[in-house]
Design a protein around this ligand. Sequence first.
Ligand code: NAP
Length: 485
Amino acid sequence: MASRVIPVDPFDLVVFGGTGDLARRKILPALFRRFCAGQMEENALIIGAARSPMDDEGYRAFVSAALEEFNPSGISDTEAVAGFLRQVSYVALDATGTEGWQILANRLRGRDAVQAFYFSVGPSLFGALAEHLHSYGMAGQGTRIVVEKPFGRDLTSAKALNATLAAHFDESQIYRIDHYLGKETVQNLMAVRFGNMLFEPLWNSQYVDHIQITVAETVGVGGRGEYYDRSGAMRDMMQNHLMQLLCLIAMEPPAKFDPDAVRDEKLKVIRALDPVEAVDLVRGQYEADEDKPDYRSQVGDADTTTESFVALKARISNWRWAGTPFYLRTGKRLRAKVSEIAVVFKETPHSIFGPEAGRHRNILTIRLQPNEGMDLGVTIKEPGPGGMRLVDVPLDMTFAEALGPEAEDVPDAYERLIMDVIRGNQTLFMRGDEVEAAWAWTDPIIAGWEARGDTPQAYDSGSSGPEDSLMLMHRDGRKWREIRA
Ligand code: NAP
């Protein structure tokens, strides 16, 4: 049984940066899958826009190649591919020039459809795009714009970007994407917390010992070396993706599942974060593997002090979380590709089974990848004779197994988020003040490293990160969960 497809209003979508990597790998395949799911009207326009000179046929060939590479299972349906490509066209334009803009405006004029513009270009072009959309009459009230990360590289630049967009668009028209928020499990996190009686009463510092959030990658910086080296793990991952996960785990129940109610609660979490002390921060850089170069050679700078790994201990100063630390880590070239949140509950106040039963804790693990799902570690009696020995076993709910084909059919993050843009639902998008608050917390961390001349600690490729990150938890009498697929 296929997952239920909820109809959306007719729409046109312009992808600025339509010839770029993100368009090829994510946006175009996502649109094709939504087309196949029947969520695109027959006359919907998908328009790629970039500087490269190309006609519609040339762009269709580009899109077709992208589908072949990034959506190989879907292209066996040649009729569907042909149908989708009929709706695709291209306009050559420069974000900063005038050529091409009138052609785009003419193509969209008089259309009775939601019009969305995906800014899949570097942030330095956001202002020019917004300006041109306005001056060529494409920034009407119903228009929506989608902007990609990075949203600034510090508080000042994020404020400037917000101001640039605000000059032409209302906040309700701006969709700042964090694709982590489009993941099925992330939304399930809210369903589990606020749709069940079981967890919420325990969701506080009285019962939760600590929370761990891990986003580990096995790949290095690859071809993105130059970009990455200007950013680092703190800006590229922690300030946005991990921070968003932290917010969803820690926020108070919103009064309703509505965009501003949810985002208000997330914002309160960010604002309640304490500044992070130097002793609670660890940075790392990966070393060479047998056949793969180290970080410094990959980015082409032997003296770079940018981190490919960061771990930290965060504290939230509010009634719910005072005393419960949040340990966050993310890095490249680690042992396995894993994204998970682990809520580690406290031990029972007293063991009636005596010391031989050992010490046990319930751990609720929310896995974003691999095998999206959750498991709850519960303590039971080890089977067999020989007294009361206890053992922890998982109550595992891998979504694909629990829900069958329906779970395998769920849209990926980009599909869901693009459709939310069309629906006008901003719940899973970051609001301007949220992004600014996240930078306000991140900036002093980075400034501290710079002021101290901090250098990242080396770690082996394929490891769990630098030694000091293990110490970060050891010294609190805790330990990280193993990084394994
Ligand atoms: P990219 O491969 O470098 O593509 C950039 C696109 O922008 C190309 O289509 C380029 O085409 C177009 N472009 C550049 N200058 C232009 C101009 N003056 N006027 C009009 N079009 C122009 O970059 P990308 O990887 O797709 O990333 C796009 C944005 O998404 C960036 O902000 C990036 O940080 C963000 N992002 C990317 C990823 C990813 O996985 N790739 C993930 C998250 C966020 P022409 O050269 O033909 O003009």
